[in-house]
Ligand binder design. Structure first.
Ligand code: NAP
Length: 491
């Protein structure tokens, strides 16, 4: 790739991040970009997660691009297929498809100092060069299987929720589900009516809030089309609600008991059985792990063919799951709703910056990036949904739009100033990280273990605040935060 009009850009991934970045470049009239996608279709996590019941648990009017409204969502919490179709429509409407190269998994990215360009290699041996490198591979793209002894000995089918094996017929089967996070609370109620018996293994009880579902009728769609402010008002209402909830996570801990009370009320209303309710009552601060929104999870657990097991798992055997009390829970199928490898970020991709430094070494104690996007020594690399940009509650698409705008500004700056590369200054990145970590140390996420923290106890995933505060932090790009390298310097 090369351009006479501006820097060329290589984006990795066609999830909301990659598409959002491409939209921003298109809008700015910057057409010299390619999107490399390992799969054969667009969609990121919304392509991969096809488990029964998969849906967004943030309302779609808010969980969508601000510039690409959809008045036709079938329901407020739209299902996976519809979200993927929405993404496809955005790609087609904005003529992004010609920019996408499918079947191109980037295995390494190296900054070529002599030419101030990134060289990307794919698993098929192809090479791409670009001035700007935007990995948009997300935090939740690589499924994590638990480290449980004997996991490989199970004799029936077993799979992870993000790699659902649709060829396995669950009807009339005894199913073991391990994990009770955001994915499990969606697929457990969806498969419960089909299975003969289901044992759900819960290590810690999640906080569950009601999900204010609305199935939109024809009149809603007409109203959203003819009176767009009604659609905007709904988006605004959920933005505001999430902002208030986000305050409780870091700045206003006094609000947490209120959310705990709402969740307990929800539990009491939906689970009449005292013993089951006791098992389902969380023993940690609300918000410490991701809060869940569901109206059908608790009722599913109360069905006669479901058993919630809270005794720890000792090992997996050919016949099922053995708990530490010696009981063997026989199963025909095991489903792992055990989450993702969330702390490795770019993961298996080998990324080398200035002087051959490795990103994996820079991040050996935990990933960090200035504003979640740039890392000293890795010029012209801008991450989307990078370290500390996940939300405890809120729409990640809002965060991605902030990042796309910021990166768009960087690309325009490079085009305008004739600089070939920009490298965030060490001291700027260090001060930012110190401020961030000191805020994070006051957050609710320090109070338990979750996928937000790595094995060193560092919170690598979450943004400590509201989305508005992130918007404010990324609204302008201060060129003084960066060393601008011209062609000769970079060489
Ligand atoms: P998760 O939230 O990380 O949950 C993993 C579950 O597996 C937890 O209950 C965990 O227990 C359990 N677990 C892990 N290892 C275990 C082991 N060795 N033994 C027993 N239990 C084990 O994963 P997820 O449900 O896939 O969700 C991941 C993230 O994806 C969510 O937080 C959310 O951000 C996103 N998501 C979003 C939506 C949406 O609607 N937008 C839907 C699904 C997922 P502990 O809690 O005790 O660790």
């Amino acid at each position: 790739m090369s351009s006479s009009t501006g820097p060329s850009v290589a984006i990795v991934g066609t999830g909301f991040g990659g598409i959002g970045m491409a939209l921003e470049l298109k809008r700015a009239g910057l057409d010299d970009f390619v999107i490399l996608e390992k799969g054969d279709d667009i969609g990121g996590v919304w392509r991969e997660n096809t488990y029964p019941g998969a849906a967004c648990d943030i309302p779609s009017p808010y969980y969508s691009f601000s510039t690409e409204p959809n008045p036709a969502w079938s329901s407020r919490f739209s299902p996976q297929g519809e979200i993927k179709e929405y993404m496809r429509r955005v790609v087609n409407d904005n003529d992004l498809m010609p920019h996408i190269r499918f079947g191109a998994e980037v295995t390494s990215a190296t900054f070529d100092e002599a030419h101030a360009q990134w060289r990307l290699a794919t698993d098929t041996g192809e090479e791409f060069t670009a001035d700007v490198f935007v990995p948009a591979t997300g935090q939740l793209s690589r499924p994590a299987l638990p480290h449980i002894e004997g996991i490989e000995t199970f004799r029936g089918p077993s799979f992870h929720s993000a790699e659902w094996d649709h060829s396995v017929d669950l009807r009339g089967k005894r199913v073991a589900v391990i994990g009770t996070g955001a994915s499990a609370v969606q697929f457990v109620p969806a498969i419960q009516p089909d299975v003969e018996h289901m044992t759900v293994f819960q290590r810690s009880a999640p906080w569950v809030l009601p999900r204010p579902e609305v199935v939109y009728k024809q009149w809603h769609h007409t109203m959203f089309r003819k009176l767009p402010f009604t659609r905007v008002a709904e988006r605004f209402a959920f933005w505001l609600l999430c902002e208030v909830l986000a305050l409780a996570l870091v700045d206003v801990p006094k609000m947490r008991p209120l959310f705990a009370a709402i969740a307990r009320f929800h539990l009491r209303r939906q689970v009449p059985d005292r013993r089951l309710r006791a098992k389902l009552t969380p023993d940690y601060e609300p918000g410490c792990k991701r809060g869940l929104f569901s109206g059908d999870y608790y009722p599913a657990l109360g069905r006669p063919n479901v058993h919630l097991e809270t005794t720890g798992i000792e090992r997996i055997e050919p016949e099922g799951v053995r708990t530490t009390d010696g009981t063997l829970h026989r199963a025909d199928v095991i489903i792992y709703g055990t989450g993702f490898k969330t702390s490795e970020f770019l993961g298996p991709m080998a990324v080398h910056g200035l002087d051959g430094r490795k990103l994996a070494d820079e991040w050996s104690e935990g990933a960090h990036a200035y504003l979640g996007m740039t890392v000293p020594g890795f010029p012209n690399m801008f991450l989307m949904y990078g370290p500390n940009t996940n939300l405890g509650v809120g729409s990640i698409i809002y965060m991605l739009e902030c990042q796309a705008r910021y990166i768009g500004k960087a690309v325009r700056l490079l085009a305008r100033d004739g600089a070939r590369a920009m490298d965030v200054k060490e001291d700027v990145a260090r001060r930012f990280d110190q401020r961030l970590q000191s805020r994070l140390n006051r957050s609710v996420w320090t109070l338990c273990s979750s996928w937000y923290r790595n094995e060193h106890g560092r919170i690598t995933n979450n943004w400590p605040g509201t989305v508005s505060s992130y918007r404010l932090a990324t609204r302008t790009l201060d060129p003084d935060d960066y060393r601008l390298l011209d062609r000769e310097e970079a060489a």
